[in-house]
Design a binder for this molecule. Structure first.
Ligand code: CA
Ligand code: CA
Ligand code: CA
Length: 187
């Protein structure tokens, strides 16, 4: 039967966009998802404050024109990135997601907040504390030591470190959310 994750991705990639369109239009007849609807759409309920903050950041990253809604084009763009995007594209998107205040750099608090939120959502126990992990990331890739990760430091540092790349892409592959969509589409 092969690898379950591979077949899931193949299955999702073979999905016709009209299926996604139908789901979007059924759950969101106005064609615009608010943050509240976005959470409902993905079945995200009873989130802790930090998870809620993470989902809000994700929502804002999807909302490319910053109008407070996710329209169908933004929805499709986000899904196709998640499903098909290459490493560079994904990292670029993660950088935007991590840079919560949009300053163009990721500081330690932003990284810590994201790590904590991701862990809360994924619910997987980790050997290393979120604080230690954030410190390790900065030790490794904050090349000029100014306490912030620039876009260049982030892109180069993560791509040149197999462990970081694996950890970041795995923790952020959104498989949790995709499996929720997939579950609903089967019904
Ligand atoms: Ca929008
Ligand atoms: Ca920032
Ligand atoms: Ca730096």
């Amino acid at each position: 039967m092969g690898n379950c994750n591979d077949s899931m991705v193949e299955e999702l990639q073979s999905c016709e966009s009209h299926q996604w369109y139908r789901k979007f239009m059924t759950e969101c007849p106005s064609g615009l998802l608010t943050f509240y609807e976005f959470k409902k759409f993905f079945g995200l309920k009873n989130l802790s404050a930090s998870s809620n903050a993470y989902i809000l950041t994700m929502f804002r990253t999807f909302d490319m024109n910053d109008d407070g809604f996710i329209d169908f084009m933004e929805y499709v763009a986000a899904l196709s990135l998640v499903l098909k995007g290459g490493v560079q594209q994904k990292l670029r998107w993660y950088f935007k997601l991590y840079d919560i205040d949009g300053s163009g750099c990721i500081d330690r608090d932003e990284l810590l907040q994201i790590i904590k939120s991701i862990r809360a959502i994924n619910g997987i126990p980790h050997e290393m504390s979120a604080e230690d992990f954030a410190n390790m990331v900065f030790d490794k890739i904050d090349v000029n030591g100014d306490g912030e990760l620039s876009y260049e430091e982030f892109m180069e540092g993560v791509q040149n470190d197999e462990m970081l790349l694996k950890t970041l892409t795995e923790s952020l592959d959104l498989s949790h959310i995709i499996s929720k969509i997939k579950g609903e589409m089967r019904v």
